[in-house]
Design a protein around this ligand. Structure first.
Ligand code: HEM
Length: 372
């Protein structure tokens, strides 16, 4: 599946089989941008995204067809590359709907508000927020980077990049036919995800149908969290304790209550060796599990990141956590439960953003046209 359809009931890049690479960008509208600018930007982005995801250049003139006397429309670095399952997914941040900006106050879904603060987070402005976002995922990093680069160029004068995040190595899966990948702590990640064939879970926990805004039908909310992982400290923890912190076995990903990777965790099993519950009370999987959170589930679609080293020579690395939810409350509830998570000693949330992701479109329509 090297070409993913851009048009459809839902935007692609949510239930789509998770690609290997991510380039994510958050944008702010420029201070002088008007409502017309926003409308035209979304129309231009839609046209470009429809072309790029089919493996075409950003305009018909593209990288070499526009004659020698002007800069090419397309930057050219994806010439000769396959589409690599590129998906481009758009979202709108709460600030886009602020009064006195684009006249969209009445179009803001009531759930689209800034996330509350959580225990242990150390958020930085330079990794947080944004009026608009674009998630580009592909099996080749150059294809994802090319997409964001060209969409940023199109935005010139109307919107500018606020922050971006490069991710390599998916930490999630949306289909059991895909193997479960591992995060930088070496554990299988994505085992208990919402899968693309779980229609009833998708309807209950992912698609934001029935929101107060008709334009959000078929859409979702996207929570993005940049989570630094304290790799060197983690690497000095003995295996038994790593497994107790996660609540799963490191090799196979099976719950510590027994069975294999996809066996449902049994939180009542007692372990004599652990002198307590086999899946400890403060383990990540126990606290994040639906039974501890009023049934809440989420479609996780995060990526590993590594950004060199800090002044102490430690890795600047972590998880760029992305979750699609029917309502941000699902994330808020689970993240509050995780205040007791023993994983907190080894991670720090340093960036945060929330976006409403509109539903998919038919050919000829523009993303977000329901806003105007
Ligand atoms: C499960 C790691 C952050 C929500 C898991 C699993 C691992 C893991 C290894 C078990 C395999 C699986 O079912 O996917 C991590 C790491 C994190 C992190 C290393 C930070 C760097 C978060 C955050 C949330 C979250 C911020 C949401 C607020 C979940 C959920 C599950 C899960 C809902 C599935 C639990 C279940 O149903 O059994 N995580 N996670 N995780 N995690 Fe995380």
């Amino acid at each position: 599946e090297s070409v993913v359809p851009f048009h459809g009931k839902h935007q692609s890049g949510i239930t789509t089989r998770v690609q290997q690479h991510l380039y994510f960008a958050s944008f702010d509208m420029t201070s002088t941008a008007t409502r017309e600018d926003l409308k035209s930007l979304l129309a231009d982005w839609t046209d470009a995204a429809a072309r790029l995801t089919q493996g075409r250049e950003v305009t018909t003139e593209g990288a070499t067809g526009g004659g020698p006397y002007k800069p090419p429309d397309d930057t050219g670095e994806a010439l000769g590359l396959e589409p690599n399952a590129l998906t481009i997914t758009f979202g709108f941040g709460p600030t886009l709907f602020a009064a006195d900006r684009f006249g969209l106050e009445k179009k803001r879904p009531k759930e689209l508000v800034e996330l509350p603060s959580f225990a242990f987070e150390l958020l930085e402005d330079r990794f947080s927020g944004g009026d608009l976002c674009i998630q580009a995922c592909a099996d080749d990093p150059q294809v994802a980077v090319h997409a964001i680069r060209n969409l940023s160029r199109i935005a010139f004068g109307r919107a500018q990049v606020r922050w971006t995040q490069l991710g390599y190595g998916r930490t999630s899966t949306t289909s059991k036919s895909q193997s479960t990948p591992r995060n930088l702590f070496g554990f299988k990640d994505g085992t208990a995800n919402v899968f693309s064939n779980d229609d009833s879970d998708l309807a209950t926990w992912v698609w934001a149908d029935g929101s107060d805004q008709p334009w959000l039908a078929g859409g979702s909310f996207l929570v993005a969290r940049k989570i630094q992982m304290l790799i060197e400290s983690w690497d000095r923890v003995r295996l038994e304790e790593q497994e107790a912190i996660v609540g799963r076995d490191k090799g196979r990903g099976a719950p510590l209550s027994g069975g294999s990777e996809f066996t449902e965790p049994d939180f009542d099993v007692v372990s004599t060796a652990a002198r307590g519950p086999a899946i400890p009370m403060d383990s990540h999987v126990r606290l994040a599990h639906p039974t501890q959170n009023g049934g809440a589930r989420m479609l996780r679609r995060g990526y590993n990141y590594v950004e060199g080293n800090n002044d102490l020579g430690q890795l600047n690395a972590g998880l760029f956590f992305l979750a699609f939810v029917r309502s941000p409350e699902q994330f808020v509830g689970v993240q509050r439960s995780l205040a007791k998570d023993s994983l907190n000693e080894y991670i720090r949330h340093i960036g945060s953003a929330i976006f409403a992701v509109p539903g998919g479109i038919r050919a000829g329509e523009s993303i977000g046209s329901g806003l105007f």
